[in-house]
Design a binder for this molecule. Structure first.
Ligand code: FAD
Length: 529
């Protein structure tokens, strides 16, 4: 206890010094937490960086909370201090442009296990999480990683319905954006699969919210870019977990055939399970990139892709890969082949290009982690990532293909380029997230790594310039894209991004974080007033 008090006092002293006495000592001296307020250089260093490795901001301190109440205490201190100070939740720091960083404020390090208090009379998994088999939900701590949530629910034979491609992301982090993957056409994004939240607002008040209770806060926080509160608990809807997955890739040389088939497959969302796929994604192959990219593990030496054997010349050398899966278990194992065949029959891919693999459900969901480990071993993970994620309206996806995939990218990608459509009616318009104004829109994700290889086309400068050219092209061609995981630097750009939703977004900010304390790294509002 004595050591803890010394540490806290030390942390507070550093806070006061580094923030230049902008914070009232009285509020900070009252800040006693069960967790740990750290000024350890390694904590500060970690909180200063993110996956993008393109921006950096040092916080004055890092809070490792032990509970939601710890988070509330810190935000209350910031809210009641004479000058205010910024507080940013950090999930797993997988943002690209410093969205979870804060200069001269406090970062709340949310990730690292489950910090929900015990004592509720509900069954808990071995890891201590509340899993309701009857209610089909799990209560997760806001900083938990999705891989941890999956492991806990699988103990009950259950799993969340909607995913991201990569599971080492935090619950609060993806819910602050949307959380999308190939299941979104069917179940909606992750934010459409949340039953209840506990949220610490920018006033330091802890509320439980849902559709029925404090619903304005509930909808504000989902897709809210951390602006309205810190999610400390999320109640996530579950379904029985399938055992295995049939994972299929087929190729197209014709873009309109490719998108027609993707759109057809997502239009089946209302059909019975045996008449649709469970996951629909796709990617663009503009060069030898498929071999080098981090998803190439699918194509094992025993199942090689003979891309060269497929004529893409008439198509500017660009190929498109449709990626689909069908989940199954013992009771459906006998019928899976026929179900897949019936679905594939209706598609117009290159007939010689069907690549299939079969694997446990968990291995499918956790597929990107394997690629991460490979890249890490080659020193290719901790490099700058000038990623660009766009929602493109269905009516203009052909123009986007001509201008970007067959144009600006110039037969070089430097990383995977994903493309898949989603149904807008699976997105709740009351949430804060913004999507294009059409019933169907595509995610186009340019997930590129900048490398120092001597090749000019791999440099950060080149890739960043290309991103700018893509925006310019869309602007000039009148393609009304919306950024996913948006990054802007002026409030006018944010107002344009939110469009009709801006007045409500602004009003919600004034209500839930009136001193503009939270998530200043998003650069939507100027810092604390
Ligand atoms: P952070 O980067 O730490 O935080 C992001 C924002 O949310 C910040 O503003 C932060 O302040 C705020 N925040 C964090 N925690 C909370 C909380 N508890 N309460 C309130 N606000 C909070 N996204 C997809 O949708 N689909 C994908 O398939 C996908 N794949 C990815 C793969 C990789 C390798 C990477 C690096 C990212 C991927 N993403 C994907 C993007 C991911 O959803 C975002 O990076 C997201 O921000 C989650 O990352 P995080 O948990 O590390 O959050």
């Amino acid at each position: 206890m004595a050591t803890k008090l010394v540490l806290i006092t030390f942390a507070i002293c550093r806070l006061i010094v580094t923030v230049g006495l902008t914070m009232a000592p009285a509020e900070l001296l009252r800040l006693v937490v069960d967790g740990h307020l750290s000024v350890d250089p390694s904590d500060v260093e970690t909180a200063s960086k993110d996956f993008g490795l393109m921006s950096r901001a040092e916080p004055s301190a890092v809070l490792h909370p032990n509970s939601a109440e710890d988070v509330a205490r810190l935000v209350r201190a910031a809210y009641s201090s004479a000058h205010g100070f910024s507080v940013s939740a950090r999930g797993h720091g997988h943002s690209i442009n410093g969205q979870a960083q804060v200069r001269n404020g406090v970062v709340v390090e949310m990730s690292g296990g489950n910090r929900l208090g015990s004592g509720k009379p509900v069954p808990r998994s071995q890891s201590g999480r509340v899993v309701s088999e009857k209610g089909l939900y799990v209560d997760a701590w806001g900083g938990e990683l999705w891989i941890e949530v999956l492991r806990a629910t699988l103990e009950y034979g259950l799993a969340p319905k909607s995913w991201t491609d990569y599971l080492y992301l935090s619950v609060g982090g993806t819910l602050s954006n949307a959380g999308i993957s190939g299941q979104a056409f069917n179940h909606g994004p992750q934010i459409s699969n949340v039953l209840e939240l506990d949220v610490v607002t920018g006033k330091g008040e802890l509320f439980t919210c849902s559709e029925e209770r404090n619903s304005e806060l509930f909808h504000a926080v989902l897709g809210g870019l951390g602006q309205f509160g810190i999610i400390t608990r999320a109640r996530i809807a579950l379904e029985p977990a399938p055992k295995r997955v049939r994972w299929i890739r087929v190729l197209y040389s014709n873009f309109s055939a490719f998108t027609k088939d993707q759109e057809y497959l997502i239009s089946l969302h209302g059909q019975p399970t045996n008449q649709k796929f469970d996951y629909v994604e796709g990617f663009v192959i503009v060069d030898e990139g498929l071999i080098n990219n981090w998803r190439s593990s699918f194509f094992s030496p025993s199942n090689p892709v003979k891309i060269s054997s497929i004529d893409s010349n008439g198509n500017g050398g660009v190929l498109y890969c449709l990626e689909i899966t069908k989940n199954y278990d013992d009771s459906t194992a006998d019928s899976i082949d026929q179900e897949i065949e019936a679905l594939l029959k209706k598609l117009e891919f290159v007939r010689t290009s069907v690549f299939t693999t079969d694997l446990p459900y968990v291995d499918f969901l956790d597929r990107v982690h394997k690629a991460e480990l490979k890249l890490r071993s080659k020193g290719l993970w901790d490099v700058p990532h000038p990623w660009l994620n766009l929602f493109v309206p269905k009516s203009r996806i052909g123009d986007f293909d001509e201008g970007v995939f067959k144009g600006i990218l110039g037969n070089k990608t430097s990383g995977p380029v994903l493309i898949y459509p989603m149904n807008k009616d699976k997105w709740d318009q009351r949430s804060s997230v913004v999507t294009p104004d059409e019933d169907v829109f595509y995610l186009v994700a340019l997930l590129r790594s900048a490398l120092d290889t001597g090749d000019e086309t791999h440099t950060l400068e080149h890739l960043t310039n290309q991103n700018r050219r893509i925006f310019k092209f869309c602007d000039e061609a009148g393609i009304k894209v919306k950024q996913y995981l948006p990054h802007y630097t002026t409030q006018q750009e944010w107002m344009d991004h939110f469009g009709d939703k801006w007045p409500r977004f602004y009003q919600r900010k004034m209500e839930f974080d009136p001193r503009r304390i939270l998530a200043t790294g998003q650069r939507i509002f100027t810092g604390p007033s």
